[in-house]
Each structure stands twice: as C-alpha cells, then as structure tokens.
Ligand binder design. Structure first.
Ligand SMILES: [Cu+2]
Length: 305
C-alpha cells in the first residue's frame, strides 16, 4: 500500500468517526429526528483535497491508453528487436500521433538499477505497431513511452521488460555530479528541490576545453530525463531557451528548470549532441537536505548543504 492510499484510508476513517460523532450528537440532542448522512460530501472533499498529480511513467495504462509490449521478456544482445502498441480507449492500437520534439513517440529504456539507459525513436507501421532495437543486458528493464495521441493529452506510460540471464544488480547510490562520456566531461550544478523548480546548470567540456558548438537535438541543446530512485517516476525536462532564439548559446552551459515530485534521490540522464553524435551523461543527485526530509521545499531549503 502506498503512502497516499494509507493517508486516504486514515482520513476516510477520521471522516467515518466524525460522521458517527455527528450522528451521536444528533441522536442525544433535543430533537430526535434522523441525523443527515454527510459521509458522501465529506469523502468527496477529502478525496479531492488529497489528489496530487501522479508523476509520469508509473502506470502501464492511463487516460484510456495502454502500453502493450509484444513480449515482456527478451534475450540480451546489442540489437534486440522490441515491438509494442499503444492501445487506445477503443482497445485498438493508436495510429494517429502528434509530433512532439520532432518525433511521434519517444521510447526510453532504463535498467531498473540505472546501469543502462537508451532514448530511441521507434518506427510506426500502418497497423499501429511500433518497432525498434535496443541494447539490452540481463536484468529488469523499464520502458517508457512518451507520446501524445492526436486529440488526447500527452502521457508517459511505463512497462517492464525482463531480460534473461544472470545479473548482479548495482544497488549503490552515490551522488554523482560529474559524468565522463567518450572524452566529454559534463558537470551538474544546482540542487533539486521537492515540488519546486530548481535551476540545474550542465556544463559540457572536452579535454578540459569548454564545448561551445553543441548541436540542437530534437529542437534543444539537451534533453534531461529524471528518474526517481525507488520507483523510477519519470520526468522529461527541456532546457531554458531554444536554439536560434538569439540568446541561447550552444554551450558550454545548458540550463534546465526541473521540479521533482518529492524529496529523494534522482537519476538524471542528459542527452546532448556534438559533432553529429548524441551522447548521454548520467548523474545521481538528492534533493537539497536529506533524502528522507519532509516533502516541503521550505524545509529542504533550511537543510541545504
Ligand atoms: Cu526522443
């Protein structure tokens, strides 16, 4: 049972007790007419007060759309064929999508222990079947389909893919603010804040020299995917500023404003493009203060390091 469910249950119990108290008050009062039943309105108020936006990627089905993998199991390999459909409210595969960030669907694959990450753009056939190839190692993988069906809201659905073989999960969680990839060094500056926008500055250099000619990738100088430690809640963040807007520089710094949903540890993956190739830099950062701090951005500020 998750915290929200527990809290809801507790509040509903309170409402029930409160309702009974009202009933008792009425019963022993001067007028012995039946107590009005107020449960429904109380419950409705309580439920709406508790409703929070669920982060993306936690559900396989949402708003009538279902992420349906052709196979939930795969064998490891460099070019493993993966296909799936997004089934719509009528139960049939969706064939009409809106283009977002230059693509109709973004597929992110991450091994659940964060040791593998890929961001690919599958091909859609006329029957609504998406196909791509992934580089998969043995282990439990989470696939995220980030898309907007035509005439519907954008949504990110998540589905698990089990990849055969023995593997040792990497359970170490180490704060990582400097990433090395193919001779590039990317540093991350800024602190995440629970429930509030935090400015994150990513700085790209190669051989100690700042990279000042980043290339637009999918309409931006970088794409940042944030996955929450523990459940892989998904957040896709775009940089502040657009290539060609007259003020946004092509590096070495790329600025993002990210609002993570709760206190905790987050795994961040930056996709950037330089000299025609897209690379991914991976970071691990916790919200300011302690990872188990209350979900309260003011308190998180007080604990800042
Ligand atoms: Cu994409």
């Amino acid at each position: 049972m998750n915290t929200a469910t527990r809290v809801t249950g507790f509040l509903l119990a309170l409402v029930a007790v409160f309702g009974m108290a009202l009933g008792v008050g009425k019963a022993v009062g001067p007028e012995s007419e039946p107590a009005p039943v107020a449960h429904d309105s109380h419950e409705a108020t309580t439920a709406s007060a508790l409703k929070t936006d669920t982060p993306g990627g936690l559900m396989v089905s949402q708003d009538g759309y279902t992420f349906s993998l052709a196979d939930r199991q795969a064998t490891p390999g460099r070019d493993v064929g993966v296909s799936f459909t997004i089934d719509g409210p009528d139960g049939k595969p969706v064939t009409e999508y809106d283009v977002e960030h230059e693509k109709r669907l973004h597929l992110i694959a991450v091994r659940r222990d964060f040791t593998g990450f890929q961001h690919v753009h599958p091909e859609l056939d006329s029957h609504g079947v998406w196909s791509t190839e992934l580089d998969l190692t043995a282990g439990q993988w989470r696939l995220f389909a980030d898309f907007k069906a035509t005439d519907a809201d954008a949504v990110t659905l998540g589905a698990d893919l089990a990849v055969d073989g023995d593997y040792q999960p990497d359970t170490t969680v180490t704060e990582t603010r400097t990433a090395e990839v193919d001779g590039y060094t990317v540093t991350l500056d800024g602190d995440l804040k629970a429930g509030a926008d935090a400015k994150l500055t990513l700085d790209v250099s190669r051989d100690g020299k700042p990279v000042t000619d980043l290339q637009p990738y999918l309409g931006a100088y970088g794409h940042l995917v944030s996955l929450r430690g523990g459940d892989l809640a998904y957040l896709h963040v775009h940089p502040d500023g657009t290539p060609g807007d007259g003020t946004t520089q092509p590096g070495p710094k790329v600025v993002f404003y990210a609002a993570v949903p709760s206190a905790g540890t987050y795994h961040l993956f930056l996709d950037f493009r330089h000299e025609g190739q897209v690379r991914t830099a991976a970071f691990t950062v916790s919200t300011a203060g302690h990872a188990d701090a209350a979900v309260d951005s003011d308190k998180a500020d007080d604990h800042g390091h």
